[in-house]
Design a protein around this ligand. Structure first.
Ligand code: NDP
Ligand code: GDR
Length: 347
């Protein structure tokens, strides 16, 4: 039985990847941060909480990473831990560099000491490309990072490249474009929209305030992307790969599709300056030709289908919860949403 360690197993990709690896008969371990309120809702939602081994560790603490390697003795390490929200990286640039950038270095250093035969995956990002010429980006496109988050990912990317060349470690950068799902964090724009229109549909909110509606992204469906991640790590020779849909849509288009799916008026969705970033990437579109050729990977879920999956799931959750059904879900612990639920249930 192969052993996998996932840093960031409590996040969207960590949970889906754990589910996939369990199906492939791996022994799956994952790191989590000690928080005053535990954050395992995704593992419960996918019904895998009791099937994985959970180990407390922080990517800012090398000792905890080494101890995790000793405890799990993995064949493969999927390093997904990050401060992954671009918006927050402008408010906390140093913390983002430390977690998202130096975290990669710390993990690779401990792997080098413990067992340099471990196969390593780093979650790099399309944000590294930033705004450049308006054409689809592949593995050879130059980087123009436009946020502290993107800068940290570029640092991680080159760290992987260096450890591969200097120490012969089987290390891979997955350059993933945006991928979404019903277990996406509530702060990211797609889930903010699906959750927001679901509330408007049910009369629980009057409107939704977003920021830059003109930004374009290449949005895919997360469960398909974790399959691509696994395939990268199984290659004989470690290389870097782009995963994307080769299609790009604006935030405004996402809003219109979501409103159509929920049957609400798009006039209720507004843009406010306070939700704009100091610097934003206006256009991102990927080119996944290499992954298609070498990994036999391709995305299946189209943009409008993705929007429907997310909106329908959020409407159904709100309906179930308001009926009194109990299940693990993030909105019940998020400030504004938990307040709506508490108020409705009292009435
Ligand atoms: P999430 O934000 O959902 O998950 C991030 C994970 O990192 C969480 O488990 C989080 O733990 C953990 N984490 C944060 N800080 C630390 C820390 N100091 N020590 C240990 N763990 C920490 O992100 P996604 O699942 O969406 O993304 C996974 C990775 O892929 C990230 O590195 C992200 O930057 C990258 N990526 C994501 C893309 C996407 O579209 N989803 C596209 C390209 C790259 P906790 O639950 O405690 O907060
Ligand atoms: P992104 O995702 O920055 O691409 O990073 P996000 O969903 O946060 O933003 C996408 C675009 O939407 C615009 N936008 C808003 N964004 C948020 N979050 N909230 C709003 O109200 C809003 N209004 C407009 C943003 O300005 C931006 O242009 C995601 C993360 O998963 C990263 O970790 C990952 O590396 C990249 O995708 C690829």
């Amino acid at each position: 039985m192969k052993r996998a360690l996932i840093t960031g197993i409590t996040g969207q990709d960590g949970a889906y990847l754990a589910q996939l690896l369990l199906k492939k008969n791996y022994k799956v371990s994952g790191t989590y941060r000690r928080l005053s309120t535990p954050n395992f809702w995704r593992l419960h939602y996918l019904d895998i909480y009791d099937k994985v081994v959970l180990i407390p560790a922080d990517v800012r603490d090398s000792k905890s990473l080494y101890e995790t390697l000793v405890k799990t003795d993995p064949d493969e390490v999927y390093h997904l831990s990050a401060q992954s929200f671009v918006g927050a990286s402008f408010d906390q640039p140093l913390q983002t560099s430390d977690i998202t950038g130096f975290g990669v270095l710390r993990m690779l250093e401990e792997i080098k000491k413990f067992n340099d035969k471990i196969k390593f995956y780093h979650a790099a990002s399309s944000e590294m490309f930033g705004d450049s010429i308006n054409k689809p980006k592949n593995e050879n496109s130059p980087f123009h990072p436009a946020s502290p988050y993107a800068l940290a990912k570029v640092y991680g990317y080159w760290t992987v490249d260096m450890y591969r060349k200097a120490y012969g470690i089987h290390a891979t950068n997955g350059i993933l474009f945006n991928h979404e799902s019903p277990i996406r964090g509530l702060e990211f724009v797609t889930r903010k929209i699906s959750n927001g229109v679901a509330k408007i549909h049910l009369g629980l909110a009057n409107d939704l305030k977003l920021g830059n509606l003109d930004a374009k992204r290449d949005w895919g469906y997360a469960p398909e992307y974790v399959e691509g991640i696994w395939k990268m790590v199984q290659q004989k020779k470690p290389e870097d790969y782009v995963l994307a849909t080769n299609d790009s849509h604006s935030v405004k288009e996402f809003v219109l599709e979501a409103c159509k799916a929920a049957g609400v008026s798009s006039k209720k969705i507004k843009s406010t300056k306070s939700n704009f970033r100091p610097l934003d990437v206006q256009y991102l579109q990927g080119d996944y030709s290499k992954a298609k050729k070498k990994l036999n990977w391709k995305p299946k879920t189209k943009f409008s289908e993705l929007v429907k999956i997310m909106v329908n799931e959020d409407i159904s959750r709100w309906e179930r919860w308001l009926k009194g059904e109990y299940f693990f879900w993030d909105a019940i612990t998020s400030g504004d949403d938990s307040y709506i639920i508490a108020k409705k249930r009292k009435n």
